[in-house]
Design a protein around this ligand. Structure first.
Ligand code: FAD
Length: 318
């Protein structure tokens, strides 16, 4: 079922879970066992992130350099197929512009359709670790809005329609990302929201937000989006803090704020790993309960390969 249908028919908030594909070397069974604890909560779908290929330049004895592909993770399509084979659940692969041409994305869409997957999340992705700024791949897309437009166009094209019976440009339900505390490259939140609207106008069906730790930030953001004419569901994204170190690493990685109260509580637990883990879990449970009380349609959890704290939060809130 498409996420848009799930959202329009659900009578109460439900959890969705985002996982990261395993590194090469992990087995299919190990991956499936790692997500088994979530299944008792009957999640309606599982998102699987996508990771761009990186390249390494190696110097040869003669001083010349050659480029080598570094692909450390199993692909999101493979992971989705494995999850669907074991569990009766929808999977949602993320599709990124980074490092990919338009044709490669069309081929990916064909593969997803072959598997019966009709939900995707469309994102730009980030720069390679060797780059300062995001550089579009030649023949690829520069922004997620172009990707959404490209997906709709591809599925509306005459050649696509000829090769399928009765399909249309709405085959895929498309989610996109948003940043309640502003995307780090945007000059201000208003411009960022205007760019979010481009994605919705291009055909996105719903929005998932970056993680945040102060619900008022999310409520203000949703109000601004509505004022800007964005009327699709905006699903809040949450991640429980699990270590003291994340007080600095999360703001660095995701350009977000950690509230003073949470920072102080974690500082007090600096040398007590269990206490830090408990504080992060309790804070996230508190956020989740408050969001549900405010009538959000769903809560999206960034699991980042961890299940114990997420399971505890699901037990507390759903
Ligand atoms: P865009 O919407 O393209 O925006 C990027 C920047 O460009 C913003 O500053 C925006 O304001 C600006 N912008 C947009 N359109 C225009 C325009 N027309 N003109 C000028 N400026 C413009 N990354 C991954 O690599 N893999 C994943 O699986 C993944 N999953 C994610 C899931 C969620 C829910 C979220 C919120 C993020 C995820 N990311 C993922 C991270 C994401 O790829 C990065 O945050 C990336 O930097 C921006 O992606 P975007 O799709 O929001 O980009």
């Amino acid at each position: 079922m498409k996420v848009s249908e799930i959202l329009s028919t659900s009578t109460k908030a439900f959890p969705s879970l985002e996982i990261v594909p395993p590194m090469r070397g992990m087995t299919k069974n190990e991956l499936l066992e790692s997500i088994a604890p979530f299944m008792e909560f009957n999640p309606k779908y599982i998102n699987v992130t996508s990771h761009r290929d990186e390249y390494e330049y190696r110097e040869a004895a003669d001083g010349s350099f050659s480029r080598h592909l570094i692909r450390n993770r199993i692909s999101e399509t493979t992971v989705c197929a494995a999850i669907m084979e074991r569990y009766d659940i929808e999977t949602i692969p993320h599709i990124i512009c980074a490092g990919t041409t338009k044709e490669e994305i069309e081929s990916k869409l064909d593969n997803l359709e072959f598997l019966g997957i009709n939900n995707i999340v469309a994102l730009r992705g980030d720069s390679m670790s060797s780059e300062k700024r995001f550089t579009p791949t030649p023949g690829g897309y520069s922004y997620a809005s172009e990707l959404v437009e490209g997906i709709r166009k591809y599925q509306g094209s005459a050649s696509y329609r000829r090769s399928r019976k009765g399909d249309d440009d709405r085959y895929f339900c498309i989610g996109v990302g948003a940043y309640p505390e502003k995307h780090f490259e945007a000059p201000n939140i208003e411009t960022d929201i205007a760019n979010l609207k481009r994605k919705v106008d291009a055909g996105a069906d719903y929005v998932i937000t970056q993680m945040f730790f102060d619900n008022n930030v999310y409520y203000d953001f949703v109000a601004k989006c509505r004022a800007a004419g964005i009327n699709v569901p905006i699903i809040p994204g949450l991640k429980p803090i699990s270590t003291f170190r994340q007080v600095t690493s999360l703001p660095e990685a995701f350009s977000l704020d950690i509230p003073v109260e949470l920072t102080e509580a974690l500082k007090d637990a600096k040398d007590d790993r269990e206490a830090a883990y408990r504080i992060g879990t309790e804070w996230c449970s508190m956020q989740c309960k408050d969001l549900i009380a405010h009538g959000v349609p769903a809560v999206h959890f960034y699991t980042m390969g961890k299940s114990d704290n997420i399971v505890k939060i699901l037990q507390n809130c759903f």
